[in-house]
Design a protein around this ligand. Structure first.
Ligand code: AMP
Ligand code: ZN
Length: 464
C-alpha cells in the first residue's frame, strides 16, 4: 500500500516515503490571528487534517508529528489592535480561540504542536545569524535581508526566475536591498509594534523566517511534508526553503522539506473572496446555519489541488449525502460493529491516490449502500460492513455523531417537545386499539415534516 502525493517541488505525483516511518513530520502554515477564519482559510485546515488522519492510520497513531503554527506577530494584527485600542495579545487570543472553535466544529483535530511565532524569536535570530555567517544574508539600515543571488535554486518551487519575480512586482523595491528579490528577515518595529532586541537593532522578525525557525525547532530538518494554500508557494515557501536550506550550509531544496503540497483556492460563485466584493464568508457565520460536517463534506468534495467553487448547491448536495449516510447508520443502529474484513487496501484506494477525497466520499457512499442492503436482508456481513464504513468515515472525519441527533439538529426544544407528546399519544391510542386516532396523529406529524420510524425498541423520529 503506497501513498502517492503530488509534490509541488517536482510537479509530479510520487510515492511518499518518510525519512523515519516512526516519526513522520508534517507542517502546515497556520492562521494569522487578526480576524475570524473565512471558508477559504478552512480549506487547508480540513484538507491537511485528512492527510494527518490518513498518515496516522498508515504509520500508527502517535507516529505522525503535525505542527501548524500561529502567526501572532504581523502588520494586520498591529493594525487591528490599534484600531480597537487594545493590546496585541487581546486580539491574538480572541481570534485564536475563535479559530480553535471554528475548526473544532469542522472536525479538524488539533495538530500535535501549535507553535506561536512570538515564542521562537531566539531561534529566529539564531537562524538569521547563521545565514549572515555563511554569507547568505546581510544587515542594512536596521534590516537583515536574505541575499537571493546566493542560493542557486531560488525560484525552484514556484518555477520562477529572478526576472519573473521582479517583473511580477511582488517584491518590494528598497534602497537597502542588493537585489530587488532579496527579502526581509528582520526589520525595525514601527511605534506601537512589538519589539525585540537583536544584534542588528531592535525590531521584529519577517513572516518567512518565523516558519523556517519554528520548523527547525519543533520538527527538525528536513521535514517530510510541508503544506499550505497555493498562494503561499511564492514568495512565502520559496523564502522558507532558501532560509532553511542555507542556514544548514546545504544547497539542496530537499534539505528543508521533502514533499510540498498546496491546496487550490476556494471561490465564491466563481469570484475571488475579497472584502471589497463583500463576499467573504466566515466559518463562524456559516456554522450558525449548517452543521460542521456538511461544511466539511463540501470542502472535501473537490480534489484538494483543484479550485473549489462554493455555491448553495454544493452545500445542499453535501447535506443530502450526509442525510443518506446518517440514515443508513440509523437503520444499522442494532448492528454491532464487527471487524473490517476488506483490509485497508480497497478502502483507502482513493485517499492513497494523492488524497482523492471526492473518490473517498464516493467509496463511502458505496459502503453505506452495501451496509444498508445487508441490514435489510439481515445478512451476516453487516457487522464487517459497518466496521469498514466507520474506518473510512473516521479518516475523512465523518459520522462521528449520533444518527438520531443528526436528524434533530435545528429542532428547538419546543418542537421536539411537541413531537414527543404526539408520539406518546400515538402509543396510547394504539394500546387502546384506537387505530383511527393513531393514524390521525401520524398524519399530523407528517404534516409537520416528521418521519416516524417504528422499530423493535419503540418509535424514533426525524425531520424529512
Ligand atoms: P492566511 O491567514 O491569509 O495566511 O491564510 C491561511 C491559509 O489559508 C493559507 O494556507 C492560505 O493559503 C489559505 N487560503 C487563504 N485564502 C484561501 C482561499 N480562498 N482558498 C483556499 N485557501 C485559502
Ligand atoms: Zn509558513
Amino acid at each position: 500500500m503506497t501513498l502517492k502525493l503530488h509534490n509541488t517541488l517536482t510537479r509530479k505525483k510520487v510515492p511518499f516515503s518518510p525519512t523515519n516511518p516512526e516519526r513522520v513530520t508534517m507542517y502546515v502554515c497556520g492562521p494569522t490571528v487578526y480576524n475570524y477564519a473565512h471558508i477559504g482559510n478552512a480549506r487547508p485546515a480540513v484538507v491537511f487534517d485528512v492527510l494527518f488522519r490518513l498518515l496516522s492510520r498508515l504509520y500508527g497513531e502517535g507516529a505522525v508529528v503535525y505542527a501548524r503554527n500561529v502567526t501572532d506577530v504581523d502588520d494586520k494584527i498591529n493594525a487591528k489592535a490599534t484600531e480597537e485600542g487594545v493590546e496585541i495579545g487581546v486580539v491574538t487570543r480572541r481570534y485564536l480561540t475563535a479559530y480553535h472553535e471554528d475548526m473544532g466544529q469542522l472536525g479538524v483535530l488539533r495538530p500535535t504542536i501549535e507553535p506561536h511565532a512570538t515564542d521562537y524569536i531566539g531561534p529566529m535570530q539564531a537562524m538569521i545569524a547563521a545565514l549572515i555567517e555563511r554569507g547568505h544574508a546581510y544587515a542594512a539600515e536596521g534590516h537583515v535581508l536574505f541575499d537571493t543571488s546566493s542560493f542557486a535554486d531560488y525560484g525552484k518551487l514556484s518555477g520562477r526566475t529572478l526576472d519573473d519575480m521582479i517583473a511580477g512586482a511582488r517584491v518590494e523595491v528598497a534602497p537597502y536591498k542588493r537585489n530587488p528579490a532579496d527579502f526581509v528577515m528582520w526589520k525595525p518595529s514601527k511605534p506601537g509594534e512589538p519589539v525585540w532586541d537583536s544584534p542588528w537593532g531592535a525590531g521584529r522578525p519577517g513572516w518567512h523566517i518565523e516558519c523556517s525557525a519554528m520548523i527547525e525547532q519543533t520538527l527538525g530538518l528536513p521535514i517530510d511534508i510541508h503544506g499550505g494554500g497555493h498562494d503561499l508557494t511564492f514568495p512565502h515557501h520559496e523564502n522558507e526553503i532558501a532560509q532553511g536550506v542555507c542556514a544548514q550550509g546545504d544547497n539542496r531544496p530537499t534539505a528543508y522539506a521533502r514533499y510540498w503540497m498546496h491546496n487550490g483556492f476556494l471561490t465564491m460563485d466563481a469570484e475571488k473572496m475579497s472584502k471589497s466584493l463583500g463576499n467573504v464568508l466566515l466559518v463562524h457565520d456559516l456554522m450558525k446555519v449548517f452543521p460542521g460536517e456538511v461544511v466539511r463534506w463540501a470542502l472535501l468534495s473537490a480534489s484538494y489541488r483543484s479550485p473549489l467553487n462554493w455555491t448553495d448547491d454544493v452545500l445542499a448536495q453535501s447535506r443530502s449525502r450526509l442525510d443518506y449516510l446518517y440514515g443508513v447508520m440509523q437503520r444499522a443502529q442494532g448492528v454491532e460493529t464487527g471487524v473490517a474484513g476488506d483490509g485497508d487496501k480497497v478502502l483507502l484506494n482513493a485517499l492513497l491516490d494523492d488524497l482523492n477525497t471526492p473518490g473517498a466520499q464516493y467509496e463511502l457512499g458505496l459502503r453505506a449502500k452495501a451496509l444498508d442492503d445487508a441490514v435489510r436482508t439481515k445478512s451476516s456481513n453487516a457487522p464487517a460492513l459497518k466496521a469498514e464504513l466507520l474506518v473510512l468515515a473516521d479518516i475523512l472525519g465523518f459520522l462521528g455523531g449520533d444518527p438520531d441527533a443528526w436528524f434533530k439538529t435545528g429542532v428547538d426544544d419546543d418542537l421536539s417537545g411537541r413531537i414527543e407528546t404526539l408520539l406518546q399519544q400515538r402509543i396510547e391510542a394504539r394500546a387502546a386499539k384506537d387505530f383511527a386516532a393513531a393514524d390521525a396523529i401520524r398524519n399530523e406529524l407528517d404534516d409537520m415534516g416528521v418521519v416516524v420510524m417504528d422499530g423493535p425498541a419503540g418509535a424514533t423520529w426525524r425531520l424529512k
